[in-house]
Design a protein around this ligand. Structure first.
Ligand SMILES: Cc1ncc(COP(=O)(O)O)c(C=O)c1O
Length: 398
């Protein structure tokens, strides 16, 4: 048959099927309905309420003034990689600088690590409810995602046996985010030991999203707050990759700066992926990253203290509202609470925006197992949280 190469295809242009099938962000759907509306109190996004501290911004300004406007090494500038390696080694087990790469955000770190280990058709297990990116990234890569739900109670909890049952031989990877967005669940060291032993036995990769590791609220006083990490237990050759970010610990969401720790034998391949994704993170942002990790402990301590007070306040306040059950978060910056009778939280959150001027994230944004719940980001002042709680209370009374 003769095919005319210049004839237009009759089909409309379209993206790959897996991309078309990705869910759009339901948080955005609510926020878009409310952005620009007067008097809305926004607690929908997971973002600190404070700007990046001045000394971190100054480092970037100085770098720009000194002409730092060029590409850097794929893995980041040496002083930042070294600073991160020292920082990670102080918090966890010693990590060699050769295992550290700087990335353009935590989001990018997660995509790179997934591209490194996940192939089409792979089976990936994820503990949910979960921030959507971690479920959608493996799907973009053509993998199948199997979910293991956390249990609702006084706090959100993992049934480790249920997770082990899902981690069948042949599973490629388990994606774990602790402290967790949206529930505030924090994995224990004992659970990590059990999961690690199982994954070692079956050659399963552990992808740990550690971006909230410094935001934990029940650490012993006078200790550096940090969640249990697989990097506390792992050997350099373990199949463990960790993604981290400057966004939450140092109030740097807009900078798009993060890092990964990976086994050394993967680093050359990771370098290729960085080259083909972003090539490198901006040099002047990396300069700011150095002062953040080296001089940022006070910021973290202050942030943890503020967020702990915010969590305690909101937790008590929400549970005093009839019809609401709010488990206490152990980490991250969210309460993920149940509203009796709520069957369509997307519609409910849209209604809350329009009728109560209150911006919250629907639980269904975090997977079908999140339906019936609402996420509230408590990185805010107590006054604003109280104002929001009053609006919710009035709305539910009506
Ligand atoms: C669980 C989790 N991982 C990773 C990120 C990525 O953060 P960033 O891309 O700002 O570094 C976020 C941001 O909200 C998050 O909630």
């Amino acid at each position: 048959m003769h095919v005319n190469p210049l004839a237009p295809s009759s089909a409309l242009p379209s993206a790959r099927a897996v991309v078309q099938n990705l869910g759009a962000s339901r948080i955005r759907e609510v926020a878009n309905a409310g952005i620009g509306m007067e008097g809305v109190l926004p607690f929908w996004f997971g973002e600190p309420d404070q700007e990046t501290p001045g000394f971190i911004r100054d480092a970037a300004k100085e770098a720009l003034d000194a002409g730092d406007t060029f590409y850097t090494h794929n893995f980041g500038i040496a002083p930042l990689r070294e600073a991160i390696a020292r920082y990670v080694s102080t918090l966890h087990r010693p990590v060699d600088v050769n295992r550290v790469a700087v990335t353009s955000s935590g989001v990018s770190a997660l995509m790179l690590l997934s591209q490194l280990i996940v192939s089409p058709g792979d089976r990936v297990v994820a503990v949910t409810p979960l921030w959507p990116n971690l479920v959608e990234i493996p799907k973009i890569l053509g993998a199948e995602v199997v979910k293991v739900p956390l249990r609702f109670g006084q706090t959100w909890e993992l049934d480790v046996q249920q997770l082990l049952d899902a981690l069948t031989p042949g599973t490629r990877a388990v994606f774990l985010n602790s402290p967790n967005n949206p529930t505030g669940w924090v994995i224990t060291k004992e659970q990590q030991e059990i999961i690690l032993a199982h994954c070692r036995r079956h050659g399963i990769w552990i992808l740990a999203d550690d971006v909230y590791e410094r935001l934990v609220y029940d650490a012993a006083p006078d200790t550096r707050a940090c969640a249990p990490s697989f990097l506390d237990l792992s050997h350099p050759e373990d199949r463990i990759v960790s993604a981290n970010s400057f966004s939450k610990s140092w109030l740097m969401t807009g900078w798009r700066l993060g890092w990964v720790v990976a086994p050394e034998p993967l680093m050359a391949d990771l370098g290729k992926l960085i080259e083909y994704n972003t090539s490198c993170a901006p040099g002047f942002a990396q300069r700011a990253g150095i002062v953040a990790v080296e001089r940022g402990e006070e910021i973290i301590a202050n942030t943890v203290e503020r967020y702990r007070a915010a969590r305690d306040f909101l937790h008590a306040r929400l549970n005093a509202i009839p019809g609401i059950s709010a488990p206490k978060s152990k980490g991250a910056m969210y309460l993920f609470f149940r509203v009796d009778g709520a069957q369509d939280t997307l519609a409910l959150c849209k209604q809350l925006v329009v009728e109560a001027r209150l911006g919250l994230a629907p639980g269904s944004a975090f997977g079908p197992e999140g339906e019936g719940y609402i996420r509230w980001c408590f990185a805010s002042s107590l006054d604003r949280l109280e104002d929001g709680a009053q609006r919710l209370e009035q709305f539910l009374k009506r």
